[in-house]
Design a protein around this ligand. Structure first.
Ligand SMILES: CC(C)(COP(=O)(O)OP(=O)(O)OC[C@H]1O[C@@H](n2cnc3c(N)ncnc32)[C@H](O)[C@@H]1OP(=O)(O)O)[C@@H](O)C(=O)NCCC(=O)NCCS
Length: 155
């Protein structure tokens, strides 16, 4: 299946983000990440990712409805997954699995040797989901810095 083309996974369809998906993706992220930081500006997240134009932004469609979204990145050393969200009413139906599988496939196709992600302490239970998909918790110290001129919480 060529890059960007819909790819069925059972009843779930994962395809690359299209501009027309923005309202549904923004609404989804607002529901799934309601507490703001660093998810407080979904439109800005979409705008920054679209500016990269790297094709590493997907949505999941179930019964014609957009129920999932996810961003990935690849910098030549590591892949990263960000902002994975599945609508509460569509969970435990394989949507999250299908999205992560597509990210892993696309990153591997670019020669990416390893994928990382960060989970907030408030979201710890999500590690159970990733463990089912073969991911492991790795002991690391995560450091970050807000760059000059950027608002804190804006990434
Ligand atoms: C985490 C999340 C993406 C999972 O999506 P989902 O569509 O419900 O997941 P799936 O149905 O594809 O589940 C895949 C497997 O993980 C398991 N699983 C799903 N959620 C789980 C959880 N919270 N704890 C443990 N296992 C879980 C499922 O049982 C399934 O296992 P199986 O296929 O072996 O039966 C979804 O719950 C979500 O959006 N959570 C809030 C946002 C979030 O935490 N995002 C991640 C930020 S990094």
């Amino acid at each position: 299946v060529p890059e960007g083309q819909a790819r069925p996974s059972g009843a779930v369809l994962v395809r690359t983000f299209a501009t027309a998906d923005e309202p549904a993706v923004v609404a989804l992220w607002r529901v799934v990440f309601p507490d703001g930081r660093p998810w407080n500006a979904p439109e800005a997240i979409v705008a920054r990712k679209c500016a990269q134009a790297d094709g590493l932004f997907w949505v999941a469609i179930l019964d014609g409805v957009l129920v999932g979204a996810m961003i990935a990145g690849y910098d030549g050393q590591r892949g990263w997954i960000y902002h994975l969200a599945v609508a509460p009413e569509a969970r435990r139906r394989g949507v999250g699995r299908a999205l992560v599988a597509e990210a892993e496939r696309a990153l591997a196709a670019r020669g990416c040797p390893k994928v990382n992600l960060q989970v907030l302490p408030s979201n710890r239970e999500v590690t159970g989901f990733y463990a089912r998909l073969g991911w492991q918790v790795e002991e690391r110290v995560s450091m970050g810095k807000t760059l000059a001129g950027q608002r804190p919480g804006q990434r």
